[in-house]
Design a protein around this ligand. Structure first.
Ligand code: G3P
Ligand code: MG
Length: 246
């Protein structure tokens, strides 16, 4: 059954207004009243769970190289804020544990959408490490695991059959629907362009497109009462939702 409201999920936190995938960005999303928070997880050389979008630290920090080839101590030396704005100088790259701590401190009851970034680097054992870390804690929020990598979803599902899953994709729906048929996923997280081009409004599956940043795209998701939308601007989306969905 369709929910009344389309959930607003903050992409890498409030990516449009804070340095992406940092505690500042997640705090801003919580302050904006986001229903959900999306983030991306990788593995470091010393097998720590690191929150960042890219496989390399180059774009968002003052360092260079792969997360996989750095220790947590080396990653903690990096500045993940100054490229966004000088006032964010000194912002650190968070671990998954630190993000979960922040959500718990804020008594966040929404959706935590954890994207396993295993589509370019397999990060052997990341599914077990994530499971170990999250299943040992009392969490006030619901988790939705997502990935572009179907194998990662399958592994995660074997370890956590009661969790919720969504398949990320840019194009092509056939293999995605096989995951749905096998009861591995409840939702899909497609590119918004794909949803609009193909009028991909399937019943019986939860649709949460990304990255929904224009007013027109946000309005499209609200008017069609999609399950959710993933946006860099959660505050803006919540304001628009009030106008359209009440
Ligand atoms: O999970 C939605 C979105 O984050 C997928 O793409 O590249 O921003 O991680 P990307
Ligand atoms: Mg992501």
């Amino acid at each position: 059954m369709k929910e009344k409201y389309t959930q607003v999920i903050a992409h890498r936190g409030s990516k449009g207004t804070r340095p992406e995938n940092t505690l500042a960005s997640f705090q801003e999303a919580i302050n904006a009243g986001a229903d959900g928070i999306e983030t991306d997880v990788h593995l470091s050389a010393d097998r720590q769970l690191i929150i960042m979008h890219d496989e390399k630290v180059n774009r968002t920090t003052d360092g260079t190289g792969l997360i996989l080839e750095k220790t947590l101590a080396e990653i903690k030396e990096l500045d993940a804020g100054y490229k966004f704005g000088s006032e964010y100088r000194g912002t650190k790259v968070p671990t998954l544990e630190e993000v979960v701590d922040l959500l718990i401190e804020n008594d966040f009851h929404g959706v935590f959408n954890l994207e396993l970034k295993t589509n370019k680097i397999a990060y052997i054992g990341i599914e077990e490490l994530v499971t170990e870390q999250l299943s040992n804690r009392r969490l006030p929020f619901k988790i939705i695991y997502s990935s572009f990598n179907s194998e990662s979803i399958k592994k995660m599902h074997e370890l956590n059959p009661d969790s919720e899953y969504a398949k990320l994709f840019k194009t092509g729906i056939k293999r995605v629907m096989l995951l749905k048929k096998g009861h591995l996923i409840q939702g899909i997280h497609p590119d918004i362009k794909w949803v609009k081009r193909h009028k991909l409004l399937l019943p019986h599956i939860l649709i949460r497109p990304w990255t929904v940043n224009t007013e027109a795209d946000m309005a499209f998701c609200f008017k069609h009462k999609l399950a959710g939308l993933i946006t860099d601007y959660p505050k803006r989306a919540i304001e628009l939702r009030k106008d359209i969905q009440g």
